[in-house]
Structure formats: C-alpha cells, structure tokens
Design a protein around this ligand. Structure first.
Ligand SMILES: Nc1ncnc2c1ncn2[C@@H]1O[C@H](COP(=O)(O)OP(=O)(O)O)[C@@H](O)[C@H]1O
Ligand SMILES: N[C@@H](CCC(=O)OP(=O)(O)O)C(=O)O
Length: 370
C-alpha cells in the first residue's frame, strides 16, 4: 500500500527497541532505524527523533530487584540512562545530534511552547538531528506528559510535521493484542479514530515501557486532528524501513483529517490541561458560538481552583456537555466575587473597573469547531 509523501516527520522509538534485552542500550534494532534516518537526511526529508529508553538503559547502572519500580528509582535510572541513550544514537551519525528534554510544563505554557518550537526549527534548519525525550529525572506527576507516544504527537504538531511514525515492537494496530490473542488481525488503515478503535487497545507487557497501544492511538488522534498522517510500524524489522523508504505502508496508517485545527486551537484542545470549569448562561453560550468572547456577566458558576492564565472548560447551565475550553484571564478566587455582574456594577461596588472579557475569543476553542 502506498503512503503519502512527507517532508518532515517525527519518528518515535520505544524502549523495547533501545534496550531490548534488559542489559542497557543495544544497536540490535537501532542500526536499521539509523540507516533510515541517514537516507531521509540525504533525500532532504527532515526527522525529529523522539526516543524513549532512558529508564530502560539506566537499569544496568542501578540495580533493583522488586517487580514495580519506585518512582525515585525510575527517575534515577532515567537520569543515568539518558546519556547512554544519546551516546548510542550519536555514534551512528556523521551529522550532529541535539538533546531536547521536555516536560508537559514546557508545552502547556504558550511562551515556552513557542520557544521550544523555535529551537527545534532552528536545529532542523542547521541539519542537526533533534533527539527529544521527556525530562523524566525531574518531572513530577503534575508536570509530565507521562508517555512518549503522546509526547511525540505534541512534538509533531509543534514542528508542523507531515507524518508521525511510531516504531514499536509490533506490526501495527491489531483487532486485539496479538500477545494475548495470537489470531488477531492487523488493521492496515484507520480512516477515523472512534471509541471502537480505542476499545481494541490493550496495555503493555513490557515492564519498562509506558503506554501500550492506547497511548499510540491517543497520539494518532492528536496528530491526525492536526493534519498529520500517523503510522504504527514494527521497528524490530529491517524491512519496515525499506518499505517506508519506498513509500509503502508497512504497518497501520491513521489517515490525517482533511480539515485540521489551527495550531493554537490544537494546542488548547490537546496540550493544555484544564484546571477548572465555568458554567455560563445560554445567552453567553450563543455568543461564544458566534465567535465572541466570554464576559463576566455571563458566568453563573465557577468550579475548581485556578490561577490567571490557566485553561478552563466551559459548560452551559442548560447542557451538561462541555462546549469549549479557553485561557481564563481571572483566577477562580476573583471570579467567585464578580461572576454574573456587569462591569459598571463591579466598579460601583468595589471601586475598580475590571476588563469584561474573562476569555478572549482568540484564546477560546469551541468543541463543535473540531
Ligand atoms: N490491539 C493491539 N494491537 C497491537 N498491539 C497491542 C494491542 N493492544 C495491546 N498491544 C500491545 O502494545 C505493545 C506495544 O506497546 P509498548 O509495549 O508500550 O511499546 P513501546 O515501547 O514501543 O511504546 C505491543 O507489544 C502489544 O503487546
Ligand atoms: N521517557 C521514558 C519513556 C516513556 C515511554 O513512553 O516509553 P515507551 O512506552 O517505551 O515509549 C524513558 O525514556 O524511559
């Protein structure tokens, strides 16, 4: 099967390929992947590599016998394994590699998001191979993306890639986990990611991997909604990369949506985590649907504890469904005092005149827009 051509791709490589035998990093599978990256460079196709495997690589430096790794041990393994993982990649290339360690905190802050985007674009302009991983050594639960499939999708939208290629230890998405159901069938193309597609996904049996199939489908959902074709392929097979170079689809292709979201709306929808909720009246809900901003007078209720600049979900009082998400210019504490009031009344009562826009239309994403 033919695959669409691409100019810039994000290539995600899972832990099972970096450190396959529980004995630190290995070149066993990376050689074919590195050859693929070199060939893409020679053709003028740009690659951003998102590489897992720091914790898997670090296992040989920090011994731990228990079954479930404590977070501190995993972080220590990631810190020591990250340098091994980078060194293992670098030795394959004549061009330079750059280490870029990110957390979700870097991606949900718009200024930091734009800054990372500029850095990655500059590295590509200078023919440097960016190698991205989550900054596991210091990321806390609140700060982290948590898995590199979703991180790779966020990076793909960040650099406006045309393709996201997720290299795993399996041939693609099957109608059930083939390790559990050996007669499961591979699905070559997914036109639309629905709940039925998510229901096919099981977890991982690999102790050091994070996602399993579910996070790969989440990543495909993020990327395809940004107009990025997404592939899940088997990185253990050299033939995979020969197929990719010939323009064939060796795994599962999740087709990009024809009507992708704008970069900022995508960031709001898929990268920002909401910290609270605003319940608004029907008049305001209609105004939002017309593309207007949300004002103080339309707010009926405020839920959660959030600061200025945090993302919040918006619901209308007459409908339980969320209608949108946006960046709030007020904290929950401030809004509790002024919600539902006209600016002139607030000025009279409190002696100051606040801005009436709680969420500007530019910082707002209506869910029906998708
Ligand atoms: N429907 C499915 N199709 C294919 N693989 C599946 C499915 N459900 C669960 N899996 C499991 O997902 C695993 C790949 O995810 P994971 O172990 O996290 O790999 P990686 O380290 O590459 O991210 C496969 O080895 C397979 O056992
Ligand atoms: N950031 C982690 C990997 C997290 C992850 O998603 O792992 P995997 O499921 O193997 O892609 C690491 O480098 O160990």
């Amino acid at each position: 099967m033919e695959m669409p051509s691409w100019r810039r791709a994000v290539l995600k490589v899972g832990s099972a390929l970096i450190a396959p035998d529980d004995a630190g990093t290995s070149s066993k599978y990376l050689l074919a992947i590195a050859r693929f990256i070199i060939e893409c460079h020679e053709r003028g196709q740009e690659i951003v590599l998102v590489s897992s495997g720091s914790a898997a690589a670090g296992r040989k430096h920090i011994s731990y016998d228990g079954d479930k790794l404590p977070v501190t041990i995993k972080k220590a393994m990631a810190a020591v394994g990250q340098t091994d993982m980078m060194a293992n990649w670098s030795r394959f290339f004549d061009f330079s590699c750059a280490q870029v360690l990110l957390t979700h905190g870097d991606l949900r802050d718009r200024a930091r998001y734009v800054s990372v985007r500029n850095t990655l674009r500059t590295l590509l302009e200078h023919n440097v191979l960016p190698i991205v991983n989550e900054n596991d050594a210091l990321a806390t639960d609140e700060m982290k993306v948590g898995d590199n499939d979703n991180l790779a999708a966020m990076v793909a939208t960040l650099v406006d890639a045309d393709a996201l290629i997720i290299c795993s230890d399996i041939d693609g998405l099957f109608d059930a986990d083939p390790r559990v159901k050996p007669d499961a069938k591979k699905i070559p193309v997914v036109d639309e990611i629905t709940e039925e597609i998510f229901a096919l996904a099981g977890g991982t049996t690999n102790k050091i991997a994070t996602g399993g199939m579910r996070t790969k489908i989440e990543a495909a959902e993020k990327a395809t909604s940004h107009g990025i074709d997404t592939y899940i392929v088997n990185g253990r097979k050299g033939a995979t990369f020969e197929h990719l170079l010939r323009g064939n689809n060796p795994g599962t292709l999740f087709k990009r949506q024809q009507d992708p979201m704008s970069n900022k709306k995508h960031w709001l929808r898929h990268t920002l985590i909401s910290q609270g909720e605003l319940v608004i009246d029907d008049v305001s809900a209609e105004a939002l649907n017309r593309g207007e901003s949300l004002t103080i007078s339309g707010i009926i209720d405020v839920q959660g504890d959030f600061n200025r600049g945090d993302a919040v979900v918006i619901r209308s009082a007459s409908n339980a469904e969320a209608i949108g998400k946006g960046i709030c210019q007020y904290s929950s504490h401030e809004l509790m005092h002024i919600k539902g009031q006209e600016v002139s009344d607030i000025a009279e009562a409190y002696g100051y005149s606040p801005i009436s826009e709680v969420i500007e239309s530019n910082d707002l994403m209506i869910l029906e827009d998708e």
